[in-house]
Design a protein around this ligand. Structure first.
Ligand code: PMP
Length: 361
C-alpha cells in the first residue's frame, strides 16, 4: 500500500515514521508490557513522555523560561474562550484584528467575557489581505490584542510579528505553529490546536507568559484557570495522553529533521512551487490573496471554471492526491502543506495540476 499525499487542512497528514513508531509501540511501550495510553498519566512512564514533550517543544521553538507551556484538552476554540476568561477583567476591552474566519470565531468565543473592539477587519476586502497596521484602531489599556497568525480557510498569514505596543499580543497559531523560527518572547500567548502541524486532534498547546498567569481575570471554575493548569503541569485532571504522546513524537521528528529553520526552508520551497504553478497557469488556476499575505501552510485556489471542480478532485484522488476540496465557506480547492507534507507531495500536485490543465484547458 502506498499512502496518498494528504492535503487535508486538519486533522492533517502526519510523518509516516511517527505513525510507524506509534504503531510499533502501541502494544508494548518500551518494555512496559502495556500501551502508554493504558498507563496512569501520573505514573513514571507517562511523566517521562510529558516531560520530554515539553522539553522538546521548548528546544524546537526556542521558548524562553519567561513562558509556561500547557498541554490542554479542548481545541483552539476552547482556548479562544479561556484566554478571555483568564486575561481580561470584567468589562475590560480586548482588541481583535480579524483577517479571516478564525478571527471571527475568536471574537464569538470571547464576547461573553470581554468588550471586543474590532481593531481592524479584512472582511471588506474579502479577507484577501491583512489590513495595514497603520490603520489598526488599538485601545489604550486593552487586556490583550488578538491576531490569527495564519487563517487556515482564507490562506492569509502574518509574515512578521505585528507591533501592538504595551498590550500583550495573543496569537492563534493553530495552523502555522513551528512552521519556522519565531521570537516567542514577543507574544503574551501563543495557542494552537495540535491537529495541523503538531500531531493528532485532541490536545492544544498554550504558551503563555508567566506574568499573565497572575492576572485575576473573571471568576471561573478551577478547570478553566490557566495558572492552575501551569502549577499542575497540565495534569489538573486526566490529560489526553495519546495525543500528547503523539505530539511528542512529532516534536522529536522535527528536531531530527533539522528543527524549525529546516522546516522554514522546506515550507518556503513548497509554497513557492505551488503559488508559482497557480500564478503561471495563465488564469486556469487562481489564488486571490495579496502576495505579501499569502500563507505558507494553506493555499486556497480556484479553477477558472468551477464546473471542472468535481473532475479535478476525482482525478486528483486517482493520482494519489487527496483532501483538496476547499472549505465550504470559499469553495474551490485548498492544499494544506504543513511541515509533514513532503516536498515530493507538492511536486506531485504541481505536476498533476499542469497535466490537468493540458487535458481540460
Ligand atoms: N483557529 C484556527 C486558525 C484553525 O485553523 C482552527 C481549526 N481549523 C481553529 C482555530 C479551531 O480549532 P479547533 O477545532 O481545534 O477548536
Amino acid at each position: 500500500m502506498t499512502r496518498a499525499y494528504n492535503f487535508s487542512a486538519g486533522p492533517a497528514t502526519l510523518p509516516e515514521s511517527v505513525l510507524r513508531q506509534a504503531g510499533e509501540e502501541l502494544l508494548d511501550w518500551r518494555g512496559a508490557r502495556a500501551s502508554i495510553i493504558e498507563l496512569s498519566h501520573r505514573g513514571p512512564e507517562f511523566m517521562q513522555v510529558a516531560t520530554e514533550a515539553e522539553a522538546d517543544l521548548r528546544t524546537l521553538m526556542s521558548i524562553p523560561d519567561s513562558h509556561a507551556v500547557l498541554f490542554l484538552s479542548g481545541g483552539a476554540t476552547t482556548q479562544q474562550a479561556l484566554l478571555a476568561l483568564n486575561l481580561a477583567a470584567p468589562g475590560q476591552v480586548a482588541d481583535y484584528v480579524v483577517t479571516g474566519h478564525w478571527g471571527k470565531t475568536a471574537i464569538k468565543q470571547a464576547q461573553p467575557y470581554v468588550a471586543v473592539n474590532v481593531a481592524a477587519d479584512g472582511d471588506g476586502g474579502g479577507f484577501r489581505d491583512i489590513p495595514p497596521a497603520t490603520d489598526w484602531r488599538l485601545t489604550d489599556g486593552a487586556a490583550y490584542v488578538h491576531v490569527t497568525a495564519n487563517e487556515t480557510i482564507h490562506g492569509v498569514e502574518f509574515q512578521h510579528t505585528p507591533d501592538v505596543g504595551d498590550a500583550p499580543l495573543v496569537a492563534d497559531f493553530s495552523s502555522s505553529i513551528a512552521a519556522g523560527p519565531l521570537d516567542v518572547s514577543r507574544y503574551g500567548v501563543i495557542y494552537a490546536g495540535a491537529q495541523k502541524n503538531l500531531g493528532p486532534v485532541g490536545v492544544s498547546v498554550v504558551i503563555v507568559r508567566r506574568d499573565l498567569l497572575e492576572r485575576t481575570g473573571h471568576a471561573r471554575a478551577p478547570i478553566f484557570d490557566y495558572a492552575r493548569h501551569a502549577q499542575a503541569g497540565s495534569m489538573l485532571n486526566t490529560p489526553p495522553t495519546f495525543n500528547w504522546y503523539l505530539a511528542g513524537l512529532v516534536f522529536k521528528w522535527m528536531l531530527a529533521e533539522g528543527g524549525v529553520e529546516e522546516f522554514a526552508r522546506r515550507n518556503a520551497r513548497k509554497a513557492a512551487a505551488l503559488y508559482g504553478a497557480i500564478d503561471g497557469s495563465g488564469g486556469f488556476y487562481r489564488n486571490e490573496v495579496a502576495v505579501a499575505a499569502r500563507s505558507r501552510m494553506n493555499v486556497p485556489f480556484f479553477l477558472h471554471d468551477d464546473a471542472l471542480d468535481k473532475t479535478f478532485l476525482a482525478e486528483a484522488k486517482e493520482a494519489g492526491l487527496i483532501a483538496l476540496k476547499g472549505h465550504r465557506a470559499l469553495g474551490g480547492m485548498r492544499a494544506s502543506i504543513y511541515n509533514a507534507m513532503p516536498e515530493e507531495g507538492v511536486q506531485a500536485l504541481v505536476a498533476f495540476m499542469g497535466d490537468f490543465q493540458k487535458r481540460h484547458g
